[in-house]
Write a protein that binds this ligand. Sequence first.
Ligand code: ATP
Ligand code: MG
Length: 318
Amino acid sequence: MTVLTGDRPTGPLHIGHYFGSLANRLALQDTHEVFVLLADYQVITDRDLPGEIQRNITDVLLDYLAIGLDPAKVTIFQHSALPELNQLLLPFLSLVTVAELGRNPTVKDEIAHSSQAAVSGLMFTYPVHQAADILFCKGTLVPVGKDQLPHIEVTRTIARRFNERYAPVFPVPEAMLSRTPLLGGLDGGKMSKSRGNSIALKASEDETAALIRRAVTDADRRITFEPETRPGVATLLTIAGLCSGREPRELAEEIGDGGAAALKRLTTEAVNEFFRPIRKRRAELTEQDARAVLAEGNERARAVAIRTLEEVRQAMGF
Ligand code: ATP
Ligand code: MG
């Protein structure tokens, strides 16, 4: 079994990543071959320029190492270092229709949140690029958040169609959801790096407190866990529950009439306590350590991409 998963280097990772995907990667690194992608070319799907790309790559690398991804077990690499992976995009694009791409609900949501006035071809086709990410290493298991499920479906379709049209080269991968497939942000939407509504793993204790203080809640003093009608309160209860290993409902009962202030205090303490050792480890790592891990990972991953592209060319008769 081979695991592929990744993140866009658009900013430091947040606690939604931790509970949505990183925790699963940690659990898998001892038993599976794991590839972790810094999806740098996908940064420009929803913005004109890659921005502080080097800074962001270093940040995400430090996050990976701080949470305990072990570079001896896990191959960490980036799109832009693997031309052979990107070349898989060409045959793969021929295996999907424009109508299929247009129906993808996650792409629609991301277009709605994009900073661009018009949709680029890269945004429209990035689920196919993701198929190349997963299939270059013949990934079978993809630990992701819920927003990624439509994309995994595209990858499965591409693998099946390639195998039918040419030769059985690719496994058909499965998505692996965590117990928290979609953590809400501090504004009621999906917690996202680029939406200014997240708590970064690397945030200081004071920054965490300030972020949570600004979180959207409601005027009802009695705290209850009702995700449908009270999403802001429910998100804080969920975060506090994940970090303290307790049930959100039970925490709500304990807070009772304490109101949003008590809820925010409890959430802040839970987050700071849970992430304290990770933040401490992060502060001890150097940027050079992180960069060396990426250079080595790029080399390992590229050898795999070269092999797969060769197989694909052979299967297609090129
Ligand atoms: P951006 O706003 O730049 O798109 P993001 O926060 O959506 O950033 P990605 O790099 O797009 O993060 O996603 C990386 C992985 O983390 C994906 O598997 C995604 O499903 C998962 N993920 C992202 N946000 C959440 C969340 N709020 N809850 C659970 N999983 C999440
Ligand atoms: Mg995203």
